[in-house]
Ligand binder design. Sequence first.
Ligand SMILES: Nc1ncnc2c1ncn2[C@@H]1O[C@H](COP(=O)(O)OP(=O)(O)O)[C@@H](O)[C@H]1O
Ligand SMILES: NC(=O)OP(=O)(O)O
Length: 315
Amino acid sequence: MAEKIVLALGGNALQSGKEGATAEGQRLVVQRTCESIAQLNERGYEMAIVHGNGPQVGRIVMASEAAKDITPAMPFDVCGAMSQGYIGYHLQQGLKYALNKRNQSFPVVTILTQMIVDGQDPAFQDPTKPIGPFYTREEAQVLEKEKGYVMKEDSKRGYRRVVASPLPQKIVEIEAVKELWPHAIVITCGGGGIPVIEDPTGALNGTAAVIDKDFAAELLAEQVDADILIILTEVEKVAVNFNRPDQKDLDHLSLLEAHQYCKEGQFAPGSMLPKVQAAMKFVRSNPSKRAIITSLDKALEALDGKTGTVFTFNG
Ligand SMILES: Nc1ncnc2c1ncn2[C@@H]1O[C@H](COP(=O)(O)OP(=O)(O)O)[C@@H](O)[C@H]1O
Ligand SMILES: NC(=O)OP(=O)(O)O
């Protein structure tokens, strides 16, 4: 039977490199990434793709706020839906091209996905999710004062606006994902899913937050009974003493080792920590499964055991 993979693509990773943070730059990074995804498809893996949206949704919100004198600003959840739309569009386009080149006519579909969150989630009182561009400390102070944003340092890369990031609880469109799974590469839970709160009548209402796509991908991987959760970002391996002269890249982590490093504060909150926590949760949910964290261009090598950081239940 074909192995099932949930592939999580980092929002920052999709806007990294020399191309920068333009829509065209992202399209080029997506195109390269789609070449590896098409190779995975060629090998017979069944796949769903979950992408991040931190930089993208941040920019959509900024554009909407900047234009508020011309047209009313879009609510945050609508900005999240817009980010799913354009990143899904880039992925559909890139994948179709990469698959066609290999004479594979496999359907690719983006499902606009809502994610139920708990309105009482303490995360609403403690913003942690970095969105939008990076700023200097001085610029961040000005934004805090002038716009009332909460700004935090992000993995020593600069300062970013942070927003609430409640935990994903239920994928609203999960039945559609399961129906489509054997027949298509499904792009779903983009940006962690559009955060919605269910009221007592069953109505869903969008809320101002950005869900962590690593946790959303983990939830999806459990629900579709995936064999492997692969989290692709900018770094090839998870490291301890990250960005220090004694940095050590890790090939493998057992649950126990990962837990110990989390306790030591080795993984930055809002960036590497949720990835490690999602990987840990997945292997804890079923000890026969594995999770891998690696860079966008190394997915194939990592699946072959040649690189990446592999998480397993035991050592
Ligand atoms: N211990 C660590 N090991 C490796 N990378 C780390 C670590 N701590 C923080 N990072 C940073 O986390 C980044 C990944 O998080 P982020 O950029 O938020 O991911 P995404 O690509 O999903 O948007 C890496 O590119 C790296 O700069
Ligand atoms: N929503 C989300 O987790 O985005 P990033 O991958 O950009 O952090």
